[in-house]
Structure formats: C-alpha cells, structure tokens
Design a protein around this ligand. Structure first.
Ligand code: ADP
Ligand code: MG
Length: 294
C-alpha cells in the first residue's frame, strides 16, 4: 500500500466525520466480515428514562424510590442516572447512602437509612442470596424487557422490594445503518450486557439476527476473541468504558464520538457524530482506498 493513497483515504474520512488513528488502520478493514455492535449508546440513544415503578405488595412506593435513587445517584451508569433523576422527580430529595459500591455489569449496593440495599439485575440479587423475584413482580419485569427496556430490581434486607422499568430508545438511524452494513456483505451481531428479551426486541427492530446478551463487561473482549477463533474478521462498534478492551481486541475498533474517552482511545476509528451509518461509510471508504492502491 502506498502511503500517499492511504493519506488520501484518511483525508476523505475526516470529511465524512471519521477520525482515523493512522493510515495503516485502513488496511485492517480489508477482510472484515462481521460487525459487532454494542447495544446501549451505540444502537440505542443510551438516554434512558424511568418509565415504571412497581413496588412489591406492602412496600411503599416512595420508600422504594428513595432507597434505589439514593444508591443510583452515586453511580454514573446511564441506567443509574435514569433511576436517580426519576426517583428525585417522584419522591423528592434523595438520602445520602452510608456506604456505596459499584458492581460493574450488575448494579450497585450500599446502606441507605440503615437498610442494606441492592439495585440491579437478577443475577446480582441471586449472587447475593436474595430470595427469588415474587410472582407479583414477574409480570412487570417481563413487560419492561419485552418492550426492549431494562427491569431494575431493588432489594433490601434479603428480599426483592420492587421493580423499576427503565426505557431506552433505538436511534432513528440504526435500522438504516444495519441495512448498509448488510449491503456491504457484513454480518451484524448485537452484543450487550442487557437481558436477552430486551436485546432481541432491539435486534428485531433494527434487523439483526445474531444476538449475544447478558455478557459481563470483562466478557465482551472474550466474545470478540471467540468470533476471531471461529475464523471471522471482526469490526467492533462501541461507546462505553466496558467496550474498550473489545474495541482494542477487534481487527477494527470503531468508537462512537459521543461515547467515553476510554472507548475513543481504544478504537482505531472514531465516528465523530456518533452516527452508526458512518460505520458502513468507514468500511466502504477503506475498501475503496485499498482498491485504488492495488
Ligand atoms: P451494556 O453492555 O448494555 O452497556 P452493562 O454491562 O453496563 O450494559 O450492564 C449490564 C446490565 O447490568 C444492565 O443492563 C443492567 O441490567 C445492569 N446494571 C448495571 N449497572 C447498573 C446500575 N447502576 N443500576 C441498575 N442496573 C445496572
Ligand atoms: Mg454502550
């Protein structure tokens, strides 16, 4: 590959809203056949809102919101932000937790108003010995997930006390972006730490058949490695801190410019405006640039 033609590709990339780490990056896209897409913040807007509050029988709604909101206020996770904002709106001032621990990919835990509180996914509660989700809350959980959202479980003193539904919207451009990737002969794969039901709902909405869900943050890189071991050449698109290792492992890492610094540093390319359609442009551009060189 001649450096000059690669530099031209790099310049054209800038015009399209693609920042390229170095001209050599374009070479690695040549054989890409699989594009792994992070769900939250990449395929969806990542701007979440608290859309439903479901206390267990006998639990006070405002207490549920206060205890959950108090812990989530201390976390920077988009789900946590939605819970904290929604809880403050509905229940007023949130108490300051006495202890707080962030459990990546699972949720948060801490002590609020003398109670030992857990907020997060079912797996977190199971790992910490909380009793099973009561039948009265199963419906609310299933409904939140079937709608493509996340059911956030709240437990204290060993029992599930309620479910909070958090909703996220698919970006208006995501379905077209997936169609463009397919038109280039690439296979899209949706990768998320979120629950299976929500992941499949989003996948169906944008036209993705292959879904890998309920993956812990540190397991995302393993998924990319596994796909590579199957002989696939993998591009990964992500925005979060938890995507950084996977972006670095991928044959081509594309970071959303709207995402975290960790993702941008780990990626080979940055999609400046966070428009997923540009991922297809990036791959097409580099193929063209390489074709010119040959
Ligand atoms: P993603 O891969 O979709 O960006 P994460 O790996 O950050 O998601 O989290 C995986 C899942 O763990 C979330 O979908 C959510 O169910 C749960 N979770 C993580 N952090 C929190 C939190 N602070 N509050 C509630 N739930 C959380
Ligand atoms: Mg994300």
């Amino acid at each position: 590959a001649t450096p000059t033609a690669l530099m031209v590709g790099t310049g054209r990339g800038a015009q399209l809203g693609i920042l390229i780490k170095g001209p050599e990056v374009l070479e690695s896209t040549r054989r890409v056949d699989t594009v792994v897409l992070d769900k939250t913040g990449t395929v969806t807007t990542g701007t979440m809102t608290l859309s439903g509050v479901h206390p267990a029988p006998g639990v006070d709604e405002s207490e549920l919101l206060r205890l959950a909101g108090s812990l989530e206020h201390a976390s920077e996770h988009p789900i946590a932000r939605a819970v904290a904002v929604g809880a403050a709106e509905r229940a007023g001032t949130l108490p300051v937790p006495e202890g707080f621990e962030n459990l990546a990919g699972l949720g948060v835990r801490g002590v609020v108003e003398g109670r030992s509180v857990l907020v997060g996914r079912e797996r977190l509660l199971a790992e910490r010995g909380v009793a099973a989700v009561p039948a009265a809350l199963a419906g609310a959980m299933a409904a939140a997930e079937a709608a493509g959202g996340t059911a956030v479980l709240v437990a204290w003193d060993g029992e599930v006390r309620g479910v909070l539904s958090v909703a996220d919207a698919v970006k208006g451009t995501s379905a077209e972006a997936v169609a463009r990737l397919r038109a280039l002969g690439l296979t899209p794969v949706l990768l998320t730490g979120d629950n299976r039901a929500a992941a499949h709902t989003v996948a169906r909405e944008v036209g993705i058949d292959e879904v890998i869900a309920e993956v812990l943050p540190h397991e995302k890189v393993e998924v990319v490695r596994r796909l590579q071991a199957e002989g696939r050449t993998v591009a990964m698109v992500g925005d979060g801190v938890n995507d950084a290792a996977a972006l670095a492992q991928a044959d081509l890492g594309l970071a959303m410019g709207t995402g975290t610094d960790a993702a941008i540093e780990a990626g080979d390319l940055t999609l400046v405006r966070g428009d997923l359609r540009v991922a297809a442009d990036a791959i097409r551009l580099s193929r063209r640039t390489l074709a010119t060189i040959k």
